[in-house]
Design a protein around this ligand. Structure first.
Ligand code: ZN
Length: 410
């Protein structure tokens, strides 16, 4: 029978059935086929049976022909199991490489959808699959993904990447292990502790080099689990270290950048409050991060969390938590982070007012608040304070007068 089939024209997964008719319908191609054997083995006891109980038709979605969906209308049989000791009375025949019990898709189509689900999971996967004429709901894709047996390596890759990722940001973290040669994920660990990583490394020997972040836990884990492995900081974290160091240096020395001449302030006092210089992306990011952290820390404090607990939950250093917890206003932190920047747009105005002998801090605060200043009085005071020779508000000739005003209002 096999030689009557147009072998070579048919895709591999249809070579074990007899294709009787191909129907080119407007919306899909229908392939009518039947199984081409006389007998089948019971899946439970492997005893071969020729006793057919019934015949019926299965409708299987198959891989598309171009953009045209394909349906396989497959006639199959249910056999009686002749083994009296077997737990099964009957069984349905399956076609290798084509069907699985109760599956409504051919095996190659299932494999395609599984690849899509691994890459894109539910929603995005469903959108892509629809474009390929193999519609599948997002829950189908997720079901396929969950049914995908986990690949469990027995040895570690030669160069192993270790990094954490958030399952729930700020609260639950896991660890992903990557083969740095192939850039493929190798395994996922349920947390980011040294013990878990050490246990994995002991069970999966073979890592020569481990790339990791700057956290101490992974360093300990590797030291315990793979003491012979060389530990290196990965490129991302090296760049991050360098970026942070440069950023902090620039922020620290920002005040040494040339300021406008205080004697001849250009903008009129009523000028709208716009930043004198546009903030860089990095600075905006830093400000955003500070605001988010401040909000998170204050929220957890309000919820009754201890500082140690907040440190653990947010993954922040305890000193950082303390600083964020002690700040009465986020602007104080920003003033600290960015030095004078919160006040920068208002400095020409303040200098003009001082020039005109208006020196009362509370009044000046009120005036710049009306112009959009959102910082605290402390920030303003720090700026006005004469005990900071590095921040002269006015030339030396007038400083004495300034000092009196600032002290009085302080
Ligand atoms: Zn059986």
């Amino acid at each position: 029978m096999q030689d009557q089939q147009p072998v070579g024209v048919l895709p591999r997964h249809l070579r074990q059935v007899r294709v009787e008719r191909v129907e080119d319908r407007p919306d899909a191609v229908h392939i009518h086929a039947k199984v081409d054997t006389d007998e089948a083995a019971c899946p439970a006891c492997q005893v071969v049976s020729r006793s057919v109980r019934e015949r019926y038709r299965r409708r299987l979605a198959d891989t598309p022909l171009g953009a045209t969906p394909v349906w396989i209308l497959l006639q199959v049989r249910r056999f009686n199991c002749l083994n009296a000791a077997c737990s099964k009375r009957t069984f349905a025949e399956q076609v290798p490489e084509l069907t699985v019990p109760r599956g409504r898709r051919s095996s190659p189509l299932r494999a395609m959808l599984r690849h899509i689900s691994v890459a894109l999971a539910g929603r995005a996967g469903a959108r892509l699959a629809a474009k390929f004429a193999i519609p599948a709901s997002r829950s189908t894709l997720l079901r396929l993904l969950r049914a995908t047996p986990p690949t469990s390596p027995t040895v570690a890759p030669r160069v192993l990447g270790v990094d954490d990722f958030a399952l729930r940001r700020g609260q639950v973290y896991a660890t992903v292990l990557i083969d740095m040669d192939t850039h493929q994920p190798v395994d996922v660990l349920p947390d980011r502790t040294a013990d878990t990583l050490a246990a994995w490394l002991r069970e999966h020997p073979g890592a020569h080099i481990v790339c990791r972040d700057r956290a101490g836990a992974y360093a300990d884990g590797v030291r315990i689990g793979a003491p012979d492995a060389i530990q290196v900081a990965d490129r991302f974290h090296l760049w991050m270290n360098l970026g942070e160091a440069v950023l902090n240096t620039v922020i620290t020395h920002r005040r040494h950048l040339a300021e406008p001449d205080p004697i001849t302030p250009d903008p009129p006092p009523t000028a709208p409050a716009v930043p004198a210089t546009p903030e860089s992306d990095t600075e905006i990011r830093l400000v955003t991060r500070t605001r988010e952290r401040y909000k998170a820390v204050q929220q957890l404090l309000a919820d009754g969390c201890s500082r140690a607990e907040i440190s653990r939950r947010l993954g922040l250093d305890i000193q950082t938590v303390r600083r964020f917890a002690n700040a009465t206003h986020v602007e104080d932190l920003l003033a600290g982070t960015r030095r004078d920047s919160v006040l920068d747009p208002f400095k020409p105005y303040l200098q003009q007012r001082y020039h005109d002998s208006h020196t009362d801090t509370a009044t000046l605060l009120e005036e710049i608040r009306q112009r959009g200043y959102r910082g605290s009085i402390q920030t303003l005071r720090r700026y006005l304070r004469p005990s900071r020779p590095d921040k002269p508000l006015l030339p030396a000739a007038r400083r004495e007068h300034v000092g009196v005003g600032a002290r009085r209002s302080a």
